[in-house]
Ligand binder design. Structure first.
Ligand SMILES: C[S@@+](CC[C@H](N)C(=O)[O-])C[C@H]1O[C@@H](n2cnc3c(N)ncnc32)[C@H](O)[C@@H]1O
Length: 320
């Protein structure tokens, strides 16, 4: 069974530059092209954190971030003497860019629907400002909306006084301070009339894995910002914490078997989380520098002993 799964995941690397890390594989590929090229019904789940501002990971914007001269990246206000890493400025998207975002996620959902098995789940990171646009585009592309997972985390977004009128309106903030990150939970529709139990039997998909016999998977997870020790291993502006991701990948495969994909893997934190909990995954990254980061980071992140709320504790210490 395991050997068959290993052959199956290896076959999904096609002719891309790739390598095996533990039981998983990574490839240097464009997510759209790769998802559309693999055989239909190949994947049991997707867990991903996409470039939801669409343009923040274009080469010109990555260069601007590296040079510290703006573009869509802004430096959040520093406090307690700590300078914060740049964050993409999603509120700066104009109507044309919002339309591009809609098209991006509709097309991406079409490619994902092709690659996923019926009943396969998608967990996709978003933010409270854009989630409504992203989730409806995903539904347009063929996925079924199943709800939201709330990652409780202080994101440093919002909460600021009106720009250039801070002293005039000291008691006003233009947007709420971000205290959660919404993750869309979607699914490739089950064949018409099929029950979840039949889907589990035929495709090994359709449901979510329970945390334990007396505990279903909950849709709110207490979390925090990614701990420094993980940031030191994987230098990526959107690195997600292992403590959080390990819970998601575990839930994504209802029977604990199958292949999880992260088509926007960045530095490979989803792949590392899958490795850490003994699951098979495959990640694609378009930008060669991040692919190289992931090659070195995945096994080190996977080897970390992580308590379920370690990221939360680390971020509380950070704020103390
Ligand atoms: C939000 S980041 C994900 C970071 C990841 N969560 C981590 O912990 O490292 C999105 C990643 O998708 C990559 N990307 C953007 N467009 C892509 C595409 N069309 N195909 C594959 N990767 C892409 C970006 O270079 C970036 O590394």
């Amino acid at each position: 069974m395991k050997a068959r799964q290993q052959l199956a995941v290896q076959a999904l690397t096609l002719n891309y530059r790739s390598e095996a890390i533990g039981r998983s594989h990574i490839l240097h590929a464009d997510a759209f092209e790769w998802l559309s090229s693999i055989p239909e019904n190949s994947l049991h789940a997707i867990v991903t954190d996409p470039p939801y501002g669409v343009k923040e990971y274009n080469l010109d914007q990555i260069e601007k971030r590296a040079n510290g001269n703006g573009g869509i990246w802004r430096i959040p206000p520093s406090f307690d003497g700590h300078t914060r890493a740049p964050l993409p400025r999603f509120t700066a998207l104009n109507p044309k860019e919002r339309k591009q975002l809609d098209e991006f996620f509709t097309e991406w959902a079409k490619a994902a629907t092709h690659a996923l098995r019926p009943g396969a789940h998608v967990f996709i990171a978003s933010n409270s400002f854009l989630s409504q646009l992203v989730f409806s585009a995903l539904v347009k592309g063929g996925l079924e909306f199943r709800g939201e997972l709330i990652r409780l985390v202080r994101t440093l977004r919002g909460g600021d006084r009106p720009k250039n009128a801070e002293t005039e309106y000291p008691d006003v903030c233009s947007m709420p301070r971000g205290c959660y990150e919404p993750w869309g939970i979607l699914r490739k529709p089950l064949p018409v009339g099929m029950k979840v139990s039949d889907c589990l039997q035929q495709f090994e998909t359709g449901g979510l894995r329970r945390v334990g016999p007396h505990k279903p998977f909950d849709d709110v997870i207490l979390s925090g910002r990614t701990p420094q020790r993980e940031r030191r291993i994987a230098d990526h502006p959107s690195l997600k914490p292992q403590a959080f991701l390990r819970q998601i990948v575990y839930a994504a495969l209802p029977l604990g078997t199958g292949i999880i994909a992260d088509p926007f893997m960045g530095s490979g934190s989803t792949i590392a989380a899958s490795e850490a909990v003994g699951l098979t995954s495959i990640g694609a990254e378009r930008y060669l520098d991040y692919y190289e980061v992931s090659r070195k980071a995945i096994s080190r992140l996977a080897a970390l002993a992580v308590e379920p709320m370690e990221d939360l504790q680390a971020s509380l210490l950070d704020l103390a």
